[in-house]
Design a protein around this ligand. Structure first.
Ligand SMILES: *Cc1c(COP(=O)(O)O)cnc(C)c1O
Length: 382
């Protein structure tokens, strides 16, 4: 019996051929495929500029750093996310604050953002949890009222659409949007990420910071003694993507709409199969949002089942069914408690959600037979 993980990549012959062709070309890194992948991401999302990088975390760090906010600034994000969302602020000396989530969408609540605003707040990082876009119309309205920057963490949401039909990543509601291409995400480059933006100055700053803060652009150099010459103009990092990764990304991007159709089909089927279980709450898709679901998160009333979550996960695993928990509220992590004095009770909705959350297998390569196995294993829990 094969084990079904909660998420995994889809790779086919086209993907393998694209990587192999690159391996046999002149460029393993810094070749033509990076720019081609960046252009393809712009074409797909509708954003003007793209900077491809080594990971989603690098994308977040680069975007926050390029905003050049004063170091006594504060930023607001959701506790229901991977630690990278708030870490990106901490890297830049910005104090992360956590605004509680909406109990239905599990996304950051605009009202809670307003409750967490202080005179030092300069930035909001909403996360499109599980693929469902956060309330960006409201969030961008709050940002313009208070002169705040917005970076969308869309690590879960490539392929998703806002209520207006626009693609996540078009940056209509933000200064920048980041993607992750880790293998559990909807589209993969192995490791990898990207920042989208419509802001030309921000774009150039991120290009500079992606490669040590070093430039060879003759228009920017303070002198030009010869062809070997370069200058470092900012303290940057090595956050570049390779051509091998970009080749895989280009090939994967062609399949994104098919991935989305398949993911939505799987979600619809799960929702129907679990409809009659009183101890299970399936995910709710808000009106008008068109999510490229990254995670299938259900809420389980473990008390009603008479079993702990650990026992349920073990029971599913014994049937060959993987599951995971997204997410342990970030403000309850030891480092966040120690550094900022946060702790249990700060975001009660996210904490209550966490007690009940369980992610079931969702990925484009999940077969109907395997989905039936997951459904049976879940229904047999009662
Ligand atoms: C995966 C993820 C990241 C980080 O992406 P990496 O590519 O793993 O660095 C950031 N934010 C969220 C919400 C994620 O799920």
């Amino acid at each position: 019996m094969e084990f079904i993980p909660y998420g995994r990549q889809w790779l086919d012959q086209d993907d393998e051929q694209a990587v192999l062709d690159t391996l046999r070309s002149d460029f393993l890194t810094q070749g033509p495929r990076i720019a081609a992948f960046e252009q393809a991401l712009c074409d797909y999302t509708g954003a003007r500029y793209c900077v491809a990088v080594a990971s989603g975390t690098a994308a977040l760090h680069l975007a926050v750093a390029a905003l050049e906010l004063p170091t006594d600034s504060e930023g607001i994000t959701t506790p229901n996310t991977f630690t990278a969302s708030s870490n990106s602020m901490a890297y830049c000396g910005i104090k992360p604050a956590f605004a509680d989530i909406d109990p239905v969408s599990y996304n950051i609540s605009p009202l809670e953002i307003e409750a967490k605003l202080t005179s030092a707040t300069r930035l909001i990082i909403p996360v499109h949890f599980a693929g469902q876009p956060a309330e960006m119309e409201q969030i961008s309205a709050i940002a313009s009222r208070h002169d705040l920057k917005v970076i969308e963490d869309a690590a879960h949401a490539i392929g998703s659409c806002y209520r207006d039909g626009g693609k996540v990543g078009n940056c209509r509601y933000s200064d920048a949007t980041i993607f992750s291409f880790h293998p559990v995400k909807t589209l993969t480059t192995g490791e990898g990420g990207a920042v989208m933006t419509n802001d030309e100055a921000l774009y150039h700053k991120m290009l500079l910071l992606r490669t040590h803060g070093i430039t060879k652009d003759t228009a920017l150099l303070t002198q030009n003694p010869g062809p070997w010459y370069y200058e470092m103009h900012a303290l940057g990092w090595h956050y570049r993507m390779t051509d091998l990764q970009a080749a895989l990304g280009l090939s994967q991007l062609k399949k994104l709409d098919a991935f989305k159709r398949r993911r939505r089909e799987i979600v619809t089927h799960y929702n129907q199969a679990f409809r009659d279980l009183p101890w299970l709450t399936p995910p709710a898709e808000a009106n008008g949002l068109d999510s490229c679901f990254h995670l299938y998160v259900v809420k389980i009333d473990f008390a009603a089942l008479g079993r702990t979550r650990a026992e349920v996960m073990q029971q599913l695993a014994a049937q060959g069914v993987g599951s995971q928990v997204h997410y342990i509220p970030v403000h309850t992590q030891p480092w966040y408690k120690q550094h900022f004095g946060y702790g249990e009770g700060d975001c009660p909705v996210a904490e209550a959600y966490y007690e009940m959350a369980l992610s079931l297998p969702l990925f484009a390569a999940l077969t109907e037979r395997d989905q039936a196995r997951v459904i049976n294993a879940v229904r047999e829990l009662a």
